[in-house]
Design a binder for this molecule. Sequence first.
Ligand SMILES: [Zn+2]
Ligand SMILES: [Zn+2]
Length: 364
Amino acid sequence: MSDTKQATVALIPGVDQRPEISKVDIPQLERGAMLAEIQAATLCGTDIHLWHSAGKSMPYVPGHESCGIIVAKNGERFDVTGEPVEIGDRVIWAYPFCGECFYCTVANQPTMCPNALRFGREPVAVYPHLLGGCATHQYVPPRSSVIKVPKEVPSELAASAACALRTIMHGFERLGRVPAHETAVVQGTGPVGLYALAVAKSRGFKRVLSIGAPATRVAVATEWGADATLNIDEMPARQDRIQWVLDHTGGIGADVVIQCAGNVAVPEGLEMVRAGGRYLSIGEGGGTTDIGVSPRAVSVKMLNIIGVRSGAGRHFYEALQFLQSGKFPFSDLITGTYKLENIADAFNGMKAMTEVKAAILPNW
Ligand SMILES: [Zn+2]
Ligand SMILES: [Zn+2]
């Protein structure tokens, strides 16, 4: 057991309120639980969304993407490959699914588990208190799948694998086989869009087109090998963007469109897909307003629309293996690193989109 008695945490005190620094007692570890000393916690759009909306669980410790070193454990634990997890191992871990509900068992879709604990949004007052990454320590629940981080992968990138990249790996699993003639369009040049571009490039698409903004992020897409890019700031009319995709696909549209830009991108994305093509919808942001899609557009175009949410242990593992490959300059995504006490600056940078991904280093 670690002899640490208290963790230093960031707390979101209320909707849109400035994060505060506080101390929380390290909880007793139930059987199978572990305690991680956080090396890096990265922020994503979900953190900003929760900041604006998670009223009932406040105050909470933010951060659902974290990488830490195991400093205490109660009983034996094993990683997703069956290796024992030891004190000193650097790991990431999945949301704990209940393993007993309809989704966990019959449907074999554990990311839909209604009993899953989701990090970075649980009230700090409720045991085990330390369920957010923006803290010196985080509690690793007994049912969380644990994945060891390869030494080549920096902690900030490993943390980002615990959200954006694992969801993309899950999405590509649901997308299935990619014939060598196919063209993909990726909507979005945020962290999810850029990771999706990298995975698409490595999955055998003949060409991958990238649509996003601002220019700095579009430039990253080019650097990562996008075969053509469209800067939305330079082409604000939706119909022009659809025409751009048609022009790049012999007039038929893309075989696959991958949505990493939020709900607002869906209607035009569905028009960018060729008849009989697939639409993989990953981004969740942008509200839940009516997106005005005609059901006829789905039937007559024979579209296959594929949604994806979160990921299970194997997707985290796959994400880390992909990062270890070093095939892309992944560190481009981490645009700012912050000490825990400066977390408000990190949140504001994410909100203003001056950061692609901000990393909090709580033990810096
Ligand atoms: Zn379940
Ligand atoms: Zn996230």
